[in-house]
Design a protein. Structure first.
Length: 82
């Protein structure tokens, strides 16, 4: 059990899980499967550690600058909301 309260519902009950995280910056995206997160057991709100998000951001920019290679590329369909 986490000592912190959920910002959405106020619950103090969390569970550690792995989830997909989609990082976006100026129309570019990085999908990060298996990202560690804490999930509120009452409402499902996701919380990520700051060091996890900083590492995702670091890797995103390293891939953009061609300093690192992505494991693979996927195609994402896009549609504007009318």
């Amino acid at each position: 059990m986490n000592e912190n309260k959920c910002n959405f519902c106020g619950s103090t009950e969390y569970e550690e899980r792995r989830t997909d995280y989609l990082y976006s910056y100026r129309g570019n995206y990085l999908l990060v499967p298996n990202t560690p997160a804490e999930v509120c057991l009452k409402c499902g709100m996701l919380y990520y550690e700051a060091n996890v998000l900083k590492e995702i951001e670091r890797r995103f920019f390293a891939i953009q600058k061609k300093q690192e290679q992505a494991e693979k590329y996927i195609e994402i369909p896009m549609m504007n909301y009318a």
